[in-house]
Unconditional design. Structure first.
Length: 81
């Protein structure tokens, strides 16, 4: 029984990390989308074109690095406090 109870506990930190990093990536992309759509709103650009502009490899790389850094800071603060 002890080995079965440890299995899900080892997965919990990984799930939490994925959820927190994913949330940071979501926030970054939603901010990029809002800025791109607001900037081009009067120029006839649609949401589809704005989405195409923000989903690039450079933005994905920045989002992943920001997500990892944000997760590291949150974990540090969580353990510190």
């Amino acid at each position: 029984m002890a080995s079965n109870s440890k299995g899900p506990q080892n997965v919990k930190p990984i799930r939490r990390a994925i959820i927190e990093i994913g949330f940071i990536i979501f926030l970054l992309y939603s901010t990029l989308l809002m800025r791109e759509f607001t900037r081009a709103n009067g120029q006839g650009e649609t949401v589809t074109l704005a989405v195409e502009d923000i989903f690039t490899y450079a933005n994905l790389t920045i989002a992943i690095i920001s997500g990892l850094m944000g997760y590291a800071v949150v974990e540090y603060l969580r353990k510190k406090l």
